[in-house]
Design a protein around this ligand. Structure first.
Ligand SMILES: Cc1cc2nc3c(=O)[nH]c(=O)nc-3n(C[C@H](O)[C@H](O)[C@H](O)COP(=O)(O)OP(=O)(O)OC[C@H]3O[C@@H](n4cnc5c(N)ncnc54)[C@H](O)[C@@H]3O)c2cc1C
Length: 458
């Protein structure tokens, strides 16, 4: 009988620790390579596995919250990281907040003491040979990042994210925001223009943008609010160089009152169907998903704090009641352009047994990163047993995240957190938001349980 090959997991953060443990529990011998101990990162403070680099919360546990739902699905799959979070839980209402030392201590002990896991302290400088999972996170060391870039192509890896907020389609006032691509209007008949104001799912034909028109007073008020907005102060290493496409919107507004009106908020080629005139300025929303449920506020990548983002961006006409599915941010963040570079189960295209997991795949956040580590381990274990990889249905939060990584437009790909806009719409969605979320959650949990049973995953 041949001995099964050792599986290599690179990176002992949240995703890598979860992946190593899950593989070992499935009978594989695992070598976990973690560089802390011999080489640090700019954000980690210890050499413990699964260190939380910043906040101590895994966010909500409620099923009607997208993060709560994702965690509930992960519990069905037996997540080690969530076990450890439960063991380290501190009082924080419905949020799963943890004592960070107890938390990482718990994961660390379970991983290093596992009889099938060997932890080696070293920097891995090249994409490993299969079978392997690479989970080196947002602060992947330079040498490995260069190796990944060389293997996948220059366009496949970014070192910073410059994220604009995303809002839900239901929360956009479409009696104000009009649907048109720049220059579309000049060629539209009056009937088409009228049509362009309604209908959320048909944007391709009528222009892929929703346009929020501003008059001079509204534009000035927005510029003032941007200039005064309270900003997040970054760590030194996290200060992104301001290159094109990455300049925070508040910085652009500070460089000159007209900068945005001559830049991303230019009104040229757009005519407000309500007035028949070109507005003073236009904030464009670009669809983020095919179904047109999530809309990105173009050019509004920002370092404003979250409450400030809500206050400032709700000044934009049409966004007064905006529901934010993702907030803006600008960070040091090494991540792959998954839809352009990876397979649906997040492996190399030329080697299905070299998988990626964690924040490096273009998901954002502790829970999301851990979840991809869990699924990567399940899939690598399946592949080693000669089975096909599997991804949960896209009515589950985990499946919807994977669908986003597979189907998002590579030209605009940015990291994504769990949110309800990712899920497939209900056939008959109720108007009440809480009721709708309860129905989403019910459907997700049932689908996840059925999927687990179908593939015999636990
Ligand atoms: C400064 C900062 C603050 C953040 N704050 C939050 C927050 O508050 N909430 C939140 O949800 N998310 C936050 N994030 C995102 C957070 O990092 C991720 O959600 C999560 O840690 C990602 O898990 P991961 O396993 O992918 O990466 P990590 O947890 O970072 O683990 C990656 C591991 O790989 C190791 N490694 C890197 N390169 C190599 C190499 N070449 N060889 C061997 N080992 C290597 C690293 O040392 C690290 O231990 C923050 C990120 C940063 C950078």
């Amino acid at each position: 009988m041949t001995t099964p090959p050792d599986v290599h997991v690179v990176g002992g953060g949240l995703a890598g620790s979860e992946a190593a443990f899950q593989l070992a529990e499935r009978g594989h011998r695992v070598v976990l390579h973690e560089m802390r101990g011999v080489r640090g990162t700019p954000a980690h403070q210890t050499d413990r596995l699964a260190e939380l680099v910043c906040s101590n919360t895994f966010k909500s546990t409620e099923l009607t919250n997208a993060h709560g739902l994702l965690k509930a699905e992960m519990r069905l799959l037996g997540s080690l990281v969530l076990d450890a979070a439960d063991a380290a839980r501190v009082a924080a209402g419905s949020a799963l907040a943890v004592d960070r030392d107890v938390f990482s201590g718990h994961v660390h002990e379970r991983v290093v003491n596992h009889s099938r896991i060997t932890v080696t302290r070293e920097e891995v400088c090249a994409v490993p040979a299969s079978p392997a999972i690479v989970a080196t996170g947002p602060l992947t060391s330079d040498a490995l990042a260069e190796s990944v870039r060389a293997r996948l192509g220059v366009q496949s890896l970014s070192f910073y994210d410059a994220i604009a907020p995303i809002v839900s389609v239901e929360s956009i006032n479409q009696s104000v925001a009009f649907r048109a691509a720049r220059w579309d209007k000049e060629t539209m008949t009056p009937e088409e223009q009228a049509q362009a104001q309604v209908g959320a799912g048909d944007g391709e034909a009528l222009g892929a943008y929703l346009n929020c028109p501003l008059d001079k007073a509204q534009y000035d008020a927005l510029m003032d609010a941007l200039a005064e907005g309270d900003q997040f102060t970054a760590h030194e290493f996290d200060k992104a160089p301001y290159f094109e496409g990455c300049m925070p919107v508040e910085e652009m507004s500070r460089r000159g009152r007209e900068s945005l009106r001559f830049g991303p908020m230019k009104p040229i080629g757009l005519r407000d169907p309500r007035t028949g005139r070109r507005p003073w300025a236009v904030v464009q929303l670009r669809r983020e998903d095919r179904a047109g449920r999530m809309w990105n506020i173009v050019g509004c990548q920002t370092r404003l704090r979250i409450p400030e983002q809500q206050r400032v961006f709700r000044l934009i006409p049409g966004l007064e009641n905006a529901e934010f599915l993702r907030f803006g941010s600008i960070h040091r963040n090494t991540y792959l352009n998954a839809p352009a570079a990876l397979t649906p189960h997040l492996s190399l295209r030329d080697d299905p047994q070299v998988l990626f997991a964690g924040q490096l795949t273009g998901v954002e956040g502790y829970t999301e990163s851990t979840a991809t580590g869990l699924l990567a381990a399940i899939n690598l274990s399946r592949l080693l047993a000669g089975k096909d990889p599997v991804v949960p249905p896209s009515v589950t939060m985990l499946g919807a995240l994977y669908r986003h990584l597979r189907e998002a437009d590579p030209a605009h790909f940015q990291p994504m957190n769990a949110n309800f806009g990712l899920l497939e719409e209900l056939p008959e969605p109720p108007r009440d938001k809480q009721k709708k979320r309860s129905l989403y959650a019910e459907r997700s949990m049932a689908a996840m349980a059925a999927w687990i049973a179908e593939h015999g995953l636990v």
